[in-house]
Design a protein around this ligand. Structure first.
Ligand SMILES: Cc1ncc(COP(=O)(O)O)c(C=O)c1O
Length: 365
């Protein structure tokens, strides 16, 4: 028995997404890079690298991890690189994408040896949530003035645009790409590659993958560019659970169950975006509010239905715990960090990482 809490990565479930990615690569000609900001549990990169082209990153450490643990094509991007980082970034990347023209120019000598690109901000996005909207007013994420970009075109071979956020609507993707083409089409034709970023939920069962592939292939043909996608969430969706155990139950007007985990420490993204967690099948006559064990009053995973009354020792699986979870876990309240366990394709469970008091101590000084 593996001690809870632990993240349980199911390779068979991961493979479902990877097969969709495989189909997309074959049908559209696009290259697909894993966005490490979303998921960087490198124990399963052996499987992922068979179906994806490489990784993209948001920092020096991510670019190094991508090169070292994933391989394939390695893209480096950062909102801002520091002077002391740039040589190591360049040494570990195949392409470097600058967020601004000033960074492109600042590092023109240091990065001259690899392909360089620039992030565009088309000022439209699929997000209506200010915190996550790359096109929010005064956004620092990318250049938006086509004339300024045109002036530095000789210094770059490609562009990156990330303006889709949790977008499961193909028609909306299509419209947004149309806006990009209107604003920047005359520049695209003079480049070798365009990355359309992440945020497109094309691995979903109902997503019109054929239409999406046709759109990407037509885009690539029209401008003569290699298209890249940078999925995070779409690559790992529904592949992982957070396994927790009930420690205590209370009744305070509602049935509460406290578990040996914390939404703030182990699924922080849900808290930030004010989304509830998912527990399946979420059916039965007993309704419980599942609460974390940190001191935060709102450390609540959500309210779910259960067949039986909960008692200490009961196991609960919190669903969809791959993206933006393990990369954001923290030591708040000294709550034990969940182990990382892989459910291998042959059915065995492998605990690939456990955390201890020593790790907690080592995270501070
Ligand atoms: C530049 C860039 N690429 C890719 C991604 C991955 O997005 P997602 O996990 O929604 O697919 C992000 C997410 O913020 C991003 O900023």
């Amino acid at each position: 028995m593996i001690q809870t809490p632990f993240y349980l990565i199911d390779k068979a479930a991961l493979l479902r997404n990877l097969r969709r990615i495989e189909q997309l690569r074959a049908q559209s000609g696009a290259k697909v890079l894993l966005a490490l900001k979303c998921f960087a549990a490198w124990s399963v990169f052996d499987l992922m690298r068979e179906h994806m082209d490489g990784t993209t990153s948001s920092s020096l450490y991510e670019v190094k991890l991508g090169r070292e643990k994933f391989g394939g094509e390695t893209h480096a991007y950062s909102v801002a690189f520091a002077d002391h980082e740039i040589d190591e970034v360049v040494a570990n990347a195949d392409k470097i994408i600058f967020n601004s023209i000033s960074q492109l120019e600042r590092f023109s000598d240091s990065a001259a040896g690899i392909a360089r690109g620039l992030r565009l901000n088309p000022q439209v996005s699929s997000s209506s949530f200010d915190l996550a909207d790359p096109a929010r007013p005064f956004s620092r994420l990318g250049e938006w003035d086509a004339a300024k970009v045109e002036a530095v075109l000789p210094q770059i071979t490609g562009l990156m645009i990330h303006n889709n956020c949790e977008n499961a609507d193909f028609a909306l993707f299509d419209r947004l790409l149309g806006v990009v083409e209107e604003k920047f089409g005359h520049l695209l034709a003079r480049l070798d590659w365009v990355s359309l970023g992440g945020g497109i939920h094309f691995t979903g069962e109902d997503y019109p993958l054929d239409a999406f592939c046709d759109r990407l292939a037509a885009f690539a043909r029209r401008y003569g560019v290699q298209v890249y996608l940078e999925p995070g969430e779409a690559a790992v969706t529904d592949s992982t659970t957070l396994e927790v155990t009930v420690l205590d139950t209370l009744y305070n007007g509602k049935n509460l169950a406290v578990v040996d985990s914390s939404i703030e420490a182990h699924m922080l993204d849900l808290l930030i975006y004010r989304h509830g967690a998912t527990v399946l099948p979420d059916a039965g006559p007993n309704i419980y509010m599942i609460c974390g064990k940190s001191c935060l009053a709102g450390d609540v995973f959500g309210e779910f239905r259960f067949e039986r009354e909960l008692k200490p020792g009961d196991r609960i699986s919190i669903q969809d715990a791959a993206g933006y979870t393990m990369v954001k876990k923290n030591w708040f309240n000294g709550v034990n960090m969940p182990s990382i366990v892989v459910h291998e394709l042959d059915g065995t469970l492998k605990a690939v990482r456990t955390f201890s008091y020593d790790d907690y101590v080592a995270s501070l000084s």
